[in-house]
Design a protein around this ligand. Structure first.
Ligand code: NAP
Length: 262
């Protein structure tokens, strides 16, 4: 029996088997969770249906988080299948490609700023507001994914760094709003991993090389490692943890300078 046995988990953001959400779905499924997966649009539906079969997920449903009515429809369909919900994983981010090129001030504009913040941060509050009323069992849990670019400037991460800073504040404010219902809200700040979203970031290879030299573990992290931490944070084992940003980055964020760089 796993530590998530019979917990019902709604997982967003699986685009491929390299997605962080794929690693989370796998880890949660290994620990006995019952899963539902979402897909952004019809193009991705067959792929997500295939993943749903792999994980024995109970259903899949569409949700583009830019549209309130799609979030409402998703909530209605989850309510129809499951009257209670224990876990929501928000593994969604987007910024227009040109926002991630060159220096921040040369790239940023109002539209790109708003879109990045809407999809990558506001959508987390929208999901928390819609799905928290379905968490009746005590110790419900929301989880999102962030990156160190929220705390430190990074070349090419640009407006996404601002959106992640907003997302991290969002975690703390949602934790405050939902704590009196026994609902916990946390984020994992993952080290860089080669996924579809990460392919939009220039210089990913140099960044990975630097990571390997600087992090105490001397290597990058995997979606399995992020998945395992996510499963723990959304389980009753983590019942005292809320409002936290937990780093799963091989310790990179803790280092000023490493032995390997000397
Ligand atoms: P990914 O596989 O490309 O996943 C990103 C997901 O966001 C995709 O499923 C994408 O769907 C979805 N999405 C984008 N816009 C959406 C919208 N309007 N409505 C619904 N879904 C939407 O990349 P990933 O690296 O696993 O990213 C997952 C999360 O981890 C993101 O928040 C990312 O910032 C964070 N993160 C990633 C890294 C890294 O190095 N990879 C490090 C730290 C944190 P489509 O494919 O259909 O657009």
């Amino acid at each position: 029996m796993g530590f998530l046995t019979d917990k019902r988990a709604l997982i967003t953001g699986i685009a491929s088997n390299r997605s962080i959400a794929w690693g989370i779905a796998q880890a949660m499924s290994n620990q006995g969770a019952r899963l539902a997966l979402t897909y952004q649009n019809e193009k991705l539906r067959p792929r997500v249906e295939k993943f749903a079969q792999e994980f024995n997920a109970e259903f899949v449903a569409p949700c583009d988080v830019t549209t309130d009515s799609q979030i409402d429809t998703l909530q209605e369909s989850v309510q129809e299948k499951w009257s209670d919900l224990d876990i929501v994983v928000h593994s969604i981010a987007f910024a227009p490609r040109e926002q991630l090129e060159g220096m921040y001030l040369d790239a940023v504009n109002r539209e790109g700023f708003n879109q990045a913040h809407d999809i990558s941060s506001y959508s987390f509050s929208a999901l928390a507001r819609s799905f928290s009323p379905m968490m009746h069992n005590g110790n419900g849990s929301f989880l999102t994914l962030t990156y160190l670019g929220a705390m430190r400037s990074m070349p090419g991460y640009n407006v996404m760094g601002l959106a992640k800073a907003s997302l991290e504040a969002n975690v703390r404010y949602c934790a405050q709003s939902l704590g009196n219902q026994g609902i916990r809200v946390n984020a994992i700040s993952a080290g860089p991993i080669r996924t579809l979203a990460a392919s939009g970031i220039r210089g990913m290879k140099s960044m990975m090389d630097y990571y390997e030299k600087m992090s105490p573990l001397g290597r990058g992290v995997t979606i399995e490692e992020v998945g395992n931490a996510a499963a723990f944070l959304c389980s009753d084992l983590a019942s005292g943890i809320t409002g936290e940003i937990v780093y799963v980055d091989g310790g990179f964020n803790s280092v000023g300078f490493s032995q390997a760089m000397l």
